[in-house]
Design a protein around this ligand. Sequence first.
Ligand code: NAD
Length: 489
Amino acid sequence: MEPITHYVGGCPQAPKDEVFSEIRNPATGELLGRVPADGGEGALAAVEAASRAFLDWRRIPAGERIQYLFGFKQLLEANFDEIARTITLENGKTLAESRGELRRGIENVEVACGIPTLMQGYNLEDIAQGIDEIMIRQPLGVVAIITPFNFPSMIPLWFLPYALACGNTLVLKPSEKTPLTVTKIIDLLGRLDLPPGVVNVANGCKGAVDVLLDHPDVRAVSFVGSTPVAKYIYARASANGKRVQCQGGAKNHVVVMPDADAEMTVKIVSDSAFGCAGQRCLAVSTAVTVGEARDHFRDAIVDVASSLSVGSGLDESVQMGPVITSQSKERIEGLIEQGVAEGAKAVLDGRGVKTSTHKNGNFLYPTVLDNVSSGSTLSETEIFGPVLSLVHVNTIEAAIELIAANPYGNASSIFTSDGAVARKFRYEVPTGNVGVNIGVAAPMAYFPFSGWKDSFLGVMHGQGRDAVEFYTDKKVVVERWPKNWSRKF
Ligand code: NAD
């Protein structure tokens, strides 16, 4: 099988690497492709192409640059089902989930079409008599985008449309586990006669990333992935003087109050915990029941979770697909084991499952662990799989304290019918995204998206106006135009 190509200067480019890793269908184990294990040489060529393209691209008026995005949106819509199928093939999530993430990605293309307005600066006449001041936003130059496996289309689209529309050129480094979706999407962009080098793709892993972090022509880095890698990227790219935004891992809590709507809460929490097989940075990982919510919620969530149909995401009747790799499956099973050893009770145990049709898939069934104690490994570790921990406290104050003690701060939710309790939660909880009777508090494309604490390193968040802020530099001009010049030099 030929290895996946880079995309450099408007053309596919075969990698020169000698070592490759495999891209496998998580539901069947089938080999889908091979990707450079390093990718440094491809990344270098990609940065050089992006550098060459920058000056001409930035001179194209914003109103013309966005015409490419209008065309891009049309092509994404026309190829919607094919892209969704590719996402499911390489990532394993259900087709409905693939369609959902692609839709959210396209919304960012739509928002970035507003760049001629969003990118405007501001000015003030007569800051002193006869002197005016103008703030202009200018593109940065070459920007790098490094993305994870769990949203192969949406996360690249959190960044790419804004970076382009603002007049930057870019190098995208998709996850080595799911690069086929980006290949498809970039092939569509290539049909639009975008000037060569404006968009480039470097496939690979650490070798490719390190080139992007060190190359002097890369002005900014947008990263999404796990927290240890986020910290590494933030430190190295910042030390090299780059602007950096790193969205990291998560450990999200949902608080269930005794006055919550029982049926709605259980259904939504189940969707949040087990949707995408728990491989969402906004997935709930721990349900904190308050007071009397405890017993009913535990029994009801086990009922709903145990009824989910698990299998290949290509089967429209399936509600939960596999996890990404066999190593990931083993890691999650090990964490369940450790949780039980530390005193948790597996009231629903999804380990050891073999579906008859997909023996080689990385399948786990939903797992619910009761009595997970605070401070245990399970309570602090990002599991990133279909495992929901249950914790019990007596007051809303104790629930907020428990969330605040966690090192992550991506998202949290509360289910209640009491507005005052909901407001207290919203006001006090230290997470970047908050849901009130919502299980996955995912901001729309025109709102900023990022967590707090160990879930985010940087200042400007992703999407919307923050993306414009991140991908532009502000230049201030102070002007005087005297009426009567004295003798000229
Ligand atoms: P990952 O950190 O393993 O990989 C992310 C990217 O970093 C990939 O492109 C990968 O090639 C690269 N990478 C991996 N190891 C590297 C290294 N040592 N040096 C340099 N680059 C390296 O993450 P993943 O497993 O692909 O994705 C899952 C993680 O992403 C979870 O922790 C999840 O919470 C997080 N995530 C966060 C958000 C968010 O918005 N905060 C969104 C989605 C996913």
